[in-house]
Design a protein around this ligand. Structure first.
Ligand SMILES: [Fe+2]
Ligand SMILES: [Fe+2]
Length: 164
């Protein structure tokens, strides 16, 4: 006799809304340092995503962790990319920088919204919305803008020198 199937645990709600923050090969740009930093960033936010689903997690602590990881992984990474762009006179530097600023602004906005919400359920929903936004934004940014930067690096003599 077949044993009853265990219900599948779905941590993140419907599949369409699932946030994973898992780095995949399709996100590889071909630049070792940038790829290593992206992988560390996805790993950090994957942990944050999982922590949000722990029952009774302290949401104030959780958001503090988001800000700390942002500081450690996102802002450092942006600064490194921006230095590379300036050093190599990358023509799309301003657009790329604006995209980086956009995500920092979005984080601040979500932080303000979260502090104004009354219940834990509302805060958690807003936190999930933040993670979804961050993941979508990062995936798009890496696939389009960061890959464009790496293509440029590969095409310039100075850039190739940096890669060797
Ligand atoms: Fe970037
Ligand atoms: Fe990047």
């Amino acid at each position: 006799m077949q044993s009853p199937k265990k219900p599948e645990i779905n941590l993140y709600g419907p599949a369409t809304e699932r946030v994973s923050f898992l780095w995949t090969e399709s996100l590889r740009t071909g630049h070792d340092t940038i790829d290593r930093q992206h992988q560390a960033l996805y790993e950090a936010f994957h942990g944050i995503t999982q922590l949000l689903e722990v029952p009774d997690v302290n949401l104030k602590y959780w958001f503090g962790l988001v800000l700390r990881k942002t500081e450690d992984y996102v802002l450092t990474h942006f600064a490194d990319e921006e230095k590379l762009m300036t050093d190599l006179s990358y023509p799309n530097v301003h657009v790329h920088q604006l995209q980086h600023q956009e995500i920092v602004e979005a984080l601040k906005k979500h932080q303000t919204v979260i502090t104004q919400l009354k219940t834990d359920a509302e805060k958690r929903a807003e936190a999930r919305a933040l993670l979804r936004f961050l993941e979508d934004w990062l995936n798009d940014h890496v696939l389009v803008s960061d890959k464009d930067l790496v293509n440029f690096i590969c095409q310039t003599a100075k850039g190739r020198e940096l890669l060797s």
